[in-house]
Design a protein. Sequence first.
Length: 263
Amino acid sequence: MSPRSSAGFVLVTAAALTAALATPSLAASNTPAQLTQAIASHESHALRGLARPGEVNATVSSTNWSGYAATGSTGAYTSVTSAWTQPSVSCGSATTYSSFWVGLDGYSNSALEQTGTEADCIGGKATYGAWWEVLPASESAYSGVTVKGGDKFTATVTYTGSTFTMTLADSTQGWTRTTTHAGSSGFKNASAEVIAEAPEVGGSVASLANFGTVTFTGAKANGSNLDTYSPNEIVMTKSSGSTVRAQPGSISGGSFADVWKAS
């Protein structure tokens, strides 16, 4: 083969390789594992192990929630919203879970209407997803969406007087999902939360995935910054209360960081 034809062969091969790398099948290989309904159906986000539940404007502890909860009388809160950047997780052999969400109710009663995302380590693989939940039912995964570490999210739950509207938007991937529901039986709208969590999986609080730090911004209840309601700060601890699992920083202007400490 002449040098010229050899060069031509190299050029064609390079062009073909470039085209192959641009194909959807290879691009999809860069997408992390995504939450399925089979996984979501075993997860729940009810508050567990709350210490000193009657405290207000205080720092309390829970075995699975970390963040802030504004509390009040029945009907006090009709909307909650916040934005965050989806954390990434690096996975070893351990199976661990983490969730990030906003919700109404749940702090002082068994009702809860919420929506958010998660970053898990399942079977050694990072698994990301988006979901909504109305207790006592388990989590429901949003279908047809892709979630990646670094995606920008905004979540909102609003009570309209007859139904709850839960909306989650990924401005990075360019999708929005909205669910309308009658709400939990006996809902009171007595609290509004912005939370990082170790969800309950198969009836037990899961080991907490190392999400690093998640920063919540624009956290509001009823259209006002969450901190104007003197919310309770919730620190996630082991059941003994001796080991901190996740720690929220101070909240100001509707913003705070939540830091992973231990599984």
